[in-house]
Design a binder for this molecule. Structure first.
Ligand SMILES: [Zn+2]
Length: 444
């Protein structure tokens, strides 16, 4: 998920500027899958999913407004109930949907942490919020709620906001425990659903409220010639940034960690894979995830370690995932997720090596998108060496786009082509390999 909607994809041109038509046709029939995307941000695009050329979309939920949308889209388009249903899908089978339920770090301030088992818990629930019931207006007065919101947001945001209008514009926080409970229900009713999008983000700042934006851009409220978006785009699911200006306020990392850790535990308990977001927080993200598997690290066998060292010295390709996978595929009951996808991974090769240390008890996957990984010159320049470093059985491709349809297919195709080129794979071989990686990531 990116803070600004990427510009529309141009299917006629690939990333190196050459015409797609001059290239080998893309082998869609082999099953290209999208490991991470957000089409429920543009509900009108959902109708195009069955006719997409991709074999499967992994649709992320991120906030209060989209959990039920992801669930209903998965129900409407057919819940995938067996690995075989993807494996055996013929070339004309409609694109499948794998739902994913989670709370994104950009919205972590909207939850207060009322769990007691987390060591990173920072916020005590404001007393007015613990008794607040939106359906019962007698439980708290408006003043109580405003005071509670002020106390909560002062705790979880930095700098602490003192602007009354800004605080008023923020939603009344809801409890982490109730979110975990409803997410558990969704995961139970969707047997192959993931947990995501979850993670940490030190770069993100909260957008300014719409009201403030309006008054800035339309002081006379007639709004005839505002330069910025004059109002919400009703075709987009509420809650996103939608081009609003940014406030200076960020969510404190400690609070983000508490929200992330609770969801990692839920994923571990139910044995579900996760899709992980990390921006300008690679070390902290690793430390937070590693804390949940502390005491469960894999024992590194010396013979195996020698083999790994030798493989690393020669090249980056091989991992011992076949051997490892047998250790981690039994479902649930652990404090850490069995499989983790570092989505639109923007870290360095050194960060990658940390995740792929042989003692890591979860199976790590790494996914790349044109929207994020090719969005900046810095990202573009380091991408080849990072892709080269990812073990061949752990690489995935995603769009991270907010609208389903042809643009999503085109973005996937471009990244598939790029990965295949960097890995030295023929297109058919590469698409087949990545589909197998995707199936193992989703189904274990
Ligand atoms: Zn995303």
């Amino acid at each position: 998920m990116c803070q600004q909607h990427p510009p529309d994809h141009q299917p006629s041109k690939s990333q190196d500027g050459t015409s797609s038509s001059s290239k080998q046709p893309f082998p869609w029939h082999l099953g290209a899958c999208d490991a991470h995307c957000h089409p429920t941000d543009t509900m009108a695009s959902i109708a195009s999913i069955p006719s997409m050329r991709a074999r499967a979309l992994t649709i992320m939920a991120t906030r209060s407004q989209d959990q039920h949308l992801v669930s209903s889209v998965a129900n409407d388009l057919g819940v995938v109930r067996h690995r075989e249903s993807l494996l055996s899908a013929h070339r004309d089978a409609p694109c499948a949907v794998i739902p994913s339920f989670g709370w994104h770090p950009w919205f972590s301030h909207q939850l207060y942490d009322d769990t007691t088992t987390t060591s990173t818990s920072t916020t005590t629930p404001p007393s007015s919020l613990t008794t607040y019931n939106p359906g019962d207006t007698t439980t708290a007065t408006d003043e109580d709620l405003l005071a509670a919101k002020k106390a909560h947001y002062a705790t979880v945001l930095t700098p602490s906001p003192d602007d009354q209008a800004f605080i008023s514009s923020l939603p009344t926080p809801t409890s982490l425990s109730s979110f975990l409970s409803s997410t558990r229900s969704l995961l139970t009713s969707h047997p192959f659903a993931l947990v995501g999008e979850i993670g940490l983000d030190k770069a993100f700042r909260l957008p300014r409220p719409w009201e403030e934006h309006h008054s800035n851009s339309r002081p006379d409220s007639a709004g005839a010639n505002s330069l910025n978006p004059p109002s919400r785009d009703d075709t987009l699911t509420p809650g996103g940034r939608e081009g609003r200006l940014l406030s200076p306020h960020r969510v404190r990392p400690h609070h983000q960690q508490a929200i992330l850790s609770a969801q990692l535990r839920l994923a571990g308990d139910l044995g579900r894979p996760v899709s992980l977001h990390g921006v300008q927080a690679h070390g902290l993200l690793y430390d937070t995830v590693a804390a949940c598997w502390k005491g469960h690290e894999r024992e590194v066998v010396s013979r195996r370690k020698r083999r790994m060292d030798a493989a690393q010295a020669q090249g980056p390709e091989e991992s011992d995932s076949e051997e490892d996978a047998t250790e981690t595929t039994e479902a649930g009951g652990k404090p850490f997720p069995p499989r983790i996808c570092l989505h639109s991974f923007s870290g360095s090769v050194e960060v990658l090596k940390q995740w792929f240390h042989p003692s890591t008890p979860a199976d790590i996957y790494v996914s790349f998108s044109t929207a994020i990984n090719l969005g900046t010159d810095a990202g573009k320049s380091k991408l080849p060496e990072v892709i080269a470093e990812v073990p061949k059985d752990r690489i995935l491709v995603e769009s991270d786009l907010h609208r389903a349809g042809e643009d999503m297919d085109a973005a996937l195709e471009d990244m598939y082509r790029m990965v295949c080129e960097i890995k030295g794979w023929g297109l058919e071989d590469g698409v087949r390999r990545i589909r197998e990686n995707y199936e193992t990531f989703i189904f274990g």
